[in-house]
Design a protein around this ligand. Structure first.
Ligand code: CU
Length: 114
């Protein structure tokens, strides 16, 4: 699965993602990433398998992974462990129920050190 994540997924789809992180401000340690998947008609996208990959913008650091669970139709949550303060990018590796894989990403700037 990780190999497939290295190249951008086909520009599949009109899949939209609305994501937020709690609590704020984001600090090192475990934070909850909540997100909703919507299709072009703004309907919830259910049954997706989503793995989150957290990367920092400097070399030499292992990525952090977290699997999301669907808590309501189209609403997902994951617990991400920010292991270091600084700037992160979260990649959402999304496997839709009917097969296609989609990637989305979110920048998380300025994670504060505890
Ligand atoms: Cu780092």
């Amino acid at each position: 699965m990780v190999d497939g994540c290295r190249k951008p997924a086909a520009p599949s789809s009109d899949l939209k993602i609305e994501a937020s992180i709690t609590p704020q401000p984001v600090r090192t340690g475990t934070e909850t990433i909540s997100f909703r998947l919507l299709n072009a008609a703004n309907s919830p996208v259910t049954g997706a398998h989503v793995q989150l990959e957290g990367d920092m913008n400097h070399p030499g650091m292992a990525p952090v992974f977290a699997d999301a669970v669907e808590v309501m139709p189209g609403d997902y949550k994951a617990a991400m462990n920010f292991t270091m303060g600084g700037d992160w990018t979260i990649l959402f590796h999304i496997a839709l129920r009917d097969g296609p894989k989609v990637e989305r990403q979110m920048d998380v700037r300025g994670v504060e050190s505890n």
